[in-house]
Ligand binder design. Sequence first.
Ligand code: UDP
Length: 355
Amino acid sequence: MNRILTIVGARPQFIKAGVVSKAISARSDLNEIIVHTGQHFDANMSDVFFDQLGIPAPDCQLNIHGGSHGAMTGRMLEKLEEVMLGEKPDRVLVYGDTNSTLAGALAAAKLHIPVAHIEAGLRSFNMNMPEEINRILTDQISDILFCPTDIAVSNLKREGFEDKPVSVVQVGDVMQDSALFFAERAEVPRGVTISEEFIVATLHRAENTDNPERLGSIIKALNDIHGTIAPVVLPLHPRTRNVVKKLGLDLSVQVIDPVGYFEMVWLLSKSGLVLTDSGGVQKEAFFFGKACVTMRDQTEWVELINAGVNELVGADYSSIIDSVKRHYGRVVKDENELYGGGRAASRIANYLSGQ
Ligand code: UDP
């Protein structure tokens, strides 16, 4: 029996783990232990995803959240080491690019436990992003690098991974598995009153929320889009809500609390456009046939830009408005299976069971 210790802690990781945990549990030779670091802890940022996606309750809850990046990562590192010493897994599985990802990979590597990284090889080439630091370091200490795209594989090749004694495997994107699997379960979010077409927006990247000038420009654009182009529905991330309140900014779009995945699937599939600074939501727009306008200066999901279905507009007011006008109502198609077509989780489980 191959004992896999999975570390999750943030919303996008629950969504990715949903489909992978199902694929792991379908294999009799794999046994999964789930550790929740506590990085995201509100019911609507955590519990709802375990319930909706049928993820087994975590075997271990660390309840670590808040504080600076260094302090949070340090506390996780200490606790995760204890858990790993007790559980003695054959392998540690980490997702994406959060502090939980890096702490999990580092704790395991120092104990000589092999690490598999799901969403390996992504690069924004912006070292000011905490996510970029986390993903580069995690890749360096992983021995199985599950890449979602060809571009992720070529990033690793450029960094010399071909000459290392590690496995770089293109499996596709687990978020597409999730979008396909749960598409049927779409649910109208409570409090959404819009009957006509609308734009769904998300906003939480530190480069936007921690910079009052960028945030002010984005919020002005959202308000004006809402007033003139189409209603904007914004499930607001707790971090952004706090900053908006602290700065006293006037946000006049349809703000709702963060929603569960089924509600997010509804918003994505019914919208006329997706406007976001999220990583995952850029791809979900594509999975649900929508164009995306991305309020960032770089993206790891370059294939969407190359395919002309996603546009980077940064935080510039006029660029956001122009792009939204151009893309609103477009229907986009996944003609080349850019993200593997929804078979990533079973490929990952098969690969892990062969180890
Ligand atoms: N999401 C959600 N409810 C929301 C906002 C986002 O379920 O209110 C989902 C979204 O559909 C995607 C994931 O959360 O699957 C993306 O997470 P987030 O944008 O927080 O992180 P990122 O992908 O930027 O790391």
